[in-house]
Design a protein around this ligand. Sequence first.
Ligand code: SF4
Ligand code: SF4
Length: 321
Amino acid sequence: MPDKPKVAFYWCASCGGCEEAVVDLAEDILKVVEAVDIVLWPVAMDFKKTDVEARSDKSIVAAFINGAIRTSEQEEWVRLLRRKSQVVVSFGACANSGGIPALANQFKKEDILKFVYEDAPGIDNPKKTRPQLESQDEGRTLTLPELRAMVRSLDQVIDVDYYLPGCPPTPKIIMAAVGALLSGKLPTRGAVLSPDVALCEECPRKDSKPADLALTEFKRPHQVQIDPEKCLLAQGLICMGPATRGGCEALCPAGNMACTGCFGPTSRVKDQGAKFVSSVFSNIVSKEEKEIDSVLDGIPDPIGTFYRYGLSKCLLRRKLN
Ligand code: SF4
Ligand code: SF4
């Protein structure tokens, strides 16, 4: 019997939701397991780094890597997997564009460590102890990975062949990608494996989205009784649909929640947050600076709102002090 294609799954700086997404394939996971030979999946199986190092280069057909790159260890792992794999698939929003971990790029590394180990509520650390890169314990040297100054997307560290968007990618697009991979019917390298249309196109509320939103205020979800039929932006809620790629079948608007942009931008958009701001803010009714400022006060966390998943790929990328 011919060898089954070898596949690896790996995680970097992520919450584990992308791993859950694989398990969420439900009975379809049996078809995947039947068709491939999993040679690395730290969340579920006990493979070691030495197992991967021992493999010949390009012997893994595809490596699915989720999570952003924050530490020296993650850099080492993804470089190793790049060497050993024919195809690398960037899996999910954090790998694609930094995701939630990249929101840390608003702060200096020292400030993050100080907050986490000294100042955060509930911390009891009178000696201000911090993890050390190297320490001694009963004659052994223990080492820890180094935290890098910035959170990067996977393709800012290694070459990536394909991208699966989402936080996490949906079972439907995962299965479509696995099917394309196994059949060899993959699109051009560099493609995002999801429809290249704005989310509004597939939203059940799209017919109620006016051409001019005529915005007079922005509201947060707890401040409004949401009409389940009407476009969320037209109700004054920040819905990232116009600047976000489709493919999730508008899961959030269909569930009465605004889209937060996890599928990233379409191919025609360079900066998802800037695209949203430029297309939607021109719909603010007032032209008076003070009134516009008061409308914008309805968005208390602009970076977390417009770049929730994409600060590593934002044109500005990080806050400089
Ligand atoms: S803005 Fe949001 S709610 Fe309105 S049509 Fe687009 S995705 Fe749907
Ligand atoms: S609606 Fe937006 S936030 Fe929700 S899954 Fe789709 S792309 Fe992600």
